[in-house]
Each structure stands twice: as structure tokens, then as C-alpha cells.
Design a protein around this ligand. Structure first.
Ligand code: NAD
Length: 480
């Protein structure tokens, strides 16, 4: 069985304890590889290697660091099919999605930050003829990057690339549920000639390997993406150690549809924002609010088209939804559908596990599910399900729908469909979300601030925000 290894100090190595955990292919419901069950000894070795590499890497001119990142980006592109296949097998997502979104974006992350760092400048504040201040932004040191399973290589590289570009060295931990493409990335970094210790990738469980990162005194910065509860644990650990923290957490995003929207475009995009990646994208709009005059038309069309989405083998080009990531996650999704029934909801379509024929018969698949008849305050509409499950709720006024949309503890993303420009601007100001899409969804410009409000996170990633996060502002004041 294939054995994934850690990448420490430029070498592929087994974990110190020589123990491993099973890695599942969710589309066949079986173990297909083994991943290191690393502990604090492996993190210690990674921190030592990163600390040794830091003086060399941080003082390289930005153009030279960028050259390595561009080489890695090219190698990711050159291995597009292999990486897309690996991501699909490991995560359950359709290979077509991995090929068109996940892997190109991973290459794009390296390319974007390789060039961004060469344009990164800092501020100067002149005090007329008294003094001048300028702000230096040196890299900080060894940074910890911890990422989730839903967009494995995409989100892992979204952290690593700006951290390295800014001159830091990295100890990264991908999710133990989807470690494969991070492992393949370590092979590509070796091929790219990335100097030893600059990037270290240590695999293992969150509470063991992840926690060894968040408690390590030699890692003063943590960039974390994952669940809100895990974010709270990391924040509680990191706060007394005065670590700099970026937390990208869960969501329960509203998708708000006014009757004056461009209907067909809204309908097709809403199918994507509901069910792409089996609904396992933090930005998916899981609560759809529809203006009452359009409600019935929307419900009928949306349910009709949802029923036509093919759930099947992720390696088949015709599958629109693949497997969900794990058996425990499938059970969680199904238990929320059960909860929706108990709370009085009507399941309009889906609502069950799907048995796929052939090689995927033991896989973990869930039918795209549409539910109506629930209040915005019930648990189904307040808690993150993170699967192919959406609810439909009618509304009458703008006032009412803003209150519904803002009623959860989360505040990551919101979509709004209307042709009324004044209303769009007004609502964008009132919605409690870090990201607001008007007449679109998932339209991403990597320069924009990315992140959530309330329990969806602390801080922002993307563009200059990321480069600022991974550097330490130091003001120098010179008296004239
Ligand atoms: P998770 O919190 O269980 O795990 C995320 C990562 O944290 C994994 O690598 C895990 O091993 C690690 N981890 C777990 N416990 C830890 C601990 N005590 N200390 C340190 N590390 C620990 O999340 P998940 O189930 O992998 O991902 C799904 C969640 O991620 C959802 O809530 C989703 O909304 C969220 N997410 C958010 C964004 C965003 O940008 N806001 C993007 C993608 C996913």
C-alpha cells in the first residue's frame, strides 16, 4: 500500500514514531494509502530545519524567492492531470472540478504571490519638516500553515505561497483526511530545487500534529483554515503565547434572490453555489432566500434541475457530484437531513445516501437535497452542514431578508441577486459577511481581501492582506 512521507529539511522521511494512519478513497469506501501519524518530534525536526533555513531564505532578494515559486507553479501545471486525479481519488470530488478549479488555482496561488511580492511596497509618513517615518515589513520567521480537506491543494498553497514569498519558512500540515496532493507537492518542491528546510510538510492528526504546531514556541505565526470549533481551540492555545493568528472558519451563507434578478443566470449559478464540490465549499450558499412572488417558480425549476444533477464516480467526466469526503462526514450530513425532518421541514428532493453502481458501490455519496418549510432560526438553518443540502425560505421585504441572512453566528459570504443597483449597494452595506457577491458567486480576484466576520474568522487572506499578515511592520522615525 502506498506510504505517504513527511517532507522535512528537503527530504522525504518517515515519522519518528514509525506509525501511520489509514487514508481512504471515499468513492470506493476503502483504505488506499497510509499517511504519517506524526508527533511533536516530527514538528520539532521541521521547526529546526525551518529555523536553520530562515536567515538564508529571508535575505534572498524577492526576485530570487519568486523564481523558486514560479518553478513550483510550472511543475504543478505540468502535472495537472496527475494532481487532479490524485485530488479526486483522495477527496471524492469530480476529477473535472479538480482539473478545472483546484489544481489550476494551486498553480495560480504560487504564481500570484511570486509576482505580488515583487510589487509589495510599504508606507512612508512625512511629518512636514520635522521627521519622516517609514515602515519596514520584514518576514517573521517560521510560520505554521494548517489546512482543511475540502479544497486540499488549493487552500494549502493559498497559505504557503504568500508565507514563502514574504521570506518566511513554513511548517505546513494538510488535513489527515486528504494528505495526498500535499505529499505530491513535496515531491515537486524537491524537483524545483527549493532549498532544504524552507518548506516542511508534516502529516498527521489535528489534535496531535496540528496541536504540536499551535503550541510550539518556535512558531510565532499560525494561519489556519478549518472548522470554527477547531479555530477556537487554536486561538485559546495561541493567545497566551502571543502568536499572530489568521483564522478562516466555517460559514452558513445566504443566497438572496429578488424577483427582479436575471432569472436564468441566477438559477444556474445557484445550482453551482449549492452543490459544487458536493456542497463542501465554505463559500457555498446553503440558505436560499427567495422573494415571495418568485418563490414557487424558483422552487419548481430549482428542484427539477437539482434532480438532474448526476451523482456518480468522481473519475467519470459526466459526474456533477462525487463522493463526500468520509463516512463520518456522510453520517453527519444525513443526521442533519434527519434533523430537518424532525424540525418540520419538507424534503423536496434528495435526502438520502446514493448507491452508485459498479466500482463505487461502497462509496459515500449523498443526493443533492433541497428542503423547505423551516424557520430561519431552527438548527438546520443555523448550523453548518457542509454538504449538498440547501434550504429554501420565502421573504417579503428587504428588511426581513437582511435580518434572516444576518441571524446566524457566521459571516463568511453572501450572494445577492437583483437588478436594482441602489438596493444592491444598500444591502451590501448591511449584510454581515466578509465577502459579498452581487449577481455572481465564487468570482475571485486574488488581490481582494478574503475572510469572514463573526464566527467565520479573524483576519483576511489574499493579496496585500496576506503579505501584510506574513510580515512584521516596523516603523522607523527619523528626525530631520
Ligand atoms: P477541521 O477544523 O476539523 O480541520 C482543519 C485542520 O485543522 C486539519 O488539518 C486538522 O487536522 C487540523 N486540526 C484539527 N484539530 C486541531 C487542533 N486541535 N490543533 C491544530 N490543528 C487541528 O476542519 P475540516 O473538517 O478539515 O474542514 C471543514 C471546515 O473548514 C468547515 O467548517 C469549513 O467551513 C471550513 N473551511 C473554511 C474556509 C474559509 O476560508 N473560511 C475554507 C475551507 C473550509
Amino acid at each position: 500500500m502506498f506510504q505517504i512521507q513527511n517532507y522535512i529539511n528537503g527530504k522525504l522521511v518517515d515519522p519518528a514514531g514509525n506509525t501511520c494512519i489509514d487514508n481512504y478513497n471515499p468513492s470506493i469506501g476503502a483504505v488506499y494509502s497510509r499517511t504519517p501519524d506524526s508527533d511533536e518530534r516530527d514538528i520539532e525536526a521541521a521547526v529546526e530545519a525551518a529555523t536553520r533555513a530562515f536567515p538564508y531564505w529571508s535575505t534572498k532578494p524577492a526576485q530570487e524567492r519568486a523564481r523558486y515559486l514560479l518553478r513550483i507553479s510550472d511543475l504543478i501545471e505540468g502535472n495537472l492531470d496527475r494532481l487532479a486525479q490524485a485530488e479526486s481519488v483522495d477527496n471524492g470530488k469530480p476529477v473535472s472540478l479538480a482539473r478545472s478549479v483546484d489544481i489550476p488555482r494551486a498553480a495560480g496561488n504560487f504564481r500570484f504571490f511570486a509576482t505580488a511580492i515583487q510589487h509589495f511596497a510599504s508606507e512612508a509618513h512625512a511629518m512636514e519638516d520635522t521627521a519622516i517615518n517609514y515602515t519596514l515589513r520584514p518576514p517573521i520567521g517560521v510560520v505554521g500553515c494548517i489546512s482543511p480537506w475540502n479544497l486540499p491543494l488549493y487552500l494549502f498553497t493559498w497559505k504557503i505561497a504568500p508565507a514563502l514569498a514574504a521570506g518566511n519558512c513554513v511548517v505546513g500540515k494538510p488535513s489527515e483526511i486528504t494528505p495526498m496532493t500535499a505529499y505530491l507537492l513535496s515531491e515537486l518542491c524537491i524537483e524545483a530545487g527549493l532549498p532544504d528546510g524552507v518548506l516542511n510538510i508534516v502529516h498527521g492528526l489535528g489534535q496531535k500534529t496540528g496541536s504540536a504546531i499551535s503550541t510550539h514556541p518556535g512558531i510565532p505565526v499560525i494561519s489556519f483554515t478549518g472548522g470554527t470549533r477547531t479555530g477556537a481551540t487554536i486561538a485559546a492555545t495561541a493567545a497566551p503565547l502571543f502568536k499572530k493568528l489568521s483564522l478562516e472558519l466555517g460559514g452558513k451563507n445566504p443566497n438572496i434572490v429578488f424577483a427582479d434578478c436575471r432569472y436564468e443566470e441566477m438559477l444556474q449559478t445557484s445550482l453551482l453555489s449549492s452543490f459544487s464540490n458536493q456542497g463542501e465549499i465554505c463559500l457555498c450558499g446553503s440558505r436560499i432566500f427567495i422573494e415571495r412572488s418568485l418563490y414557487e417558480t424558483f422552487r419548481n425549476d430549482f428542484v427539477e434541475q437539482t434532480k438532474q444533477l448526476t451523482v456518480g464516480d468522481p473519475l467519470s467526466e459526466t459526474s456533477r457530484l462525487g463522493a463526500v469526503v468520509s463516512k463520518p462526514h456522510m453520517d453527519k450530513i444525513l443526521s442533519y437531513i434527519e434533523l430537518a425532518r424532525e424540525e418540520g421541514g419538507t424534503i423536496l428532493c434528495g435526502g438520502r445516501q446514493v448507491q452508485v453502481e459498479g466500482r463505487c458501490r461502497d462509496g459515500w455519496f449523498v443526493a443533492p437535497t433541497v428542503i423547505e418549510g423551516l424557520s430561519h432560526t431552527c438548527r438546520t438553518n443555523q448550523e453548518e452542514i457542509f454538504g449538498p443540502v440547501v434550504t429554501l425560505i420565502p421573504f417579503d421585504t428587504e428588511e426581513e431578508v437582511v435580518a434572516y441572512a444576518n441571524s446566524t453566528p457566521y459571516g463568511l459570504a453572501a450572494s445577492l441577486w437583483t437588478e436594482n443597483l441602489t438596493r444592491a449597494h444598500r444591502m451590501a452595506g448591511r449584510l454581515q459577511s466578509g465577502i459579498i457577491w452581487i449577481n455572481c458567486w465564487m468570482l475571485r480576484d486574488l488581490r481582494t481581501p478574503f475572510g469572514g466576520m463573526k464566527q467565520s474568522g479573524v483576519g483576511r487572506e489574499g493579496g496585500l492582506e496576506a503579505l501584510r499578515f506574513f510580515t512584521e511592520p516596523k516603523n522607523v522615525c527619523i528626525k530631520m
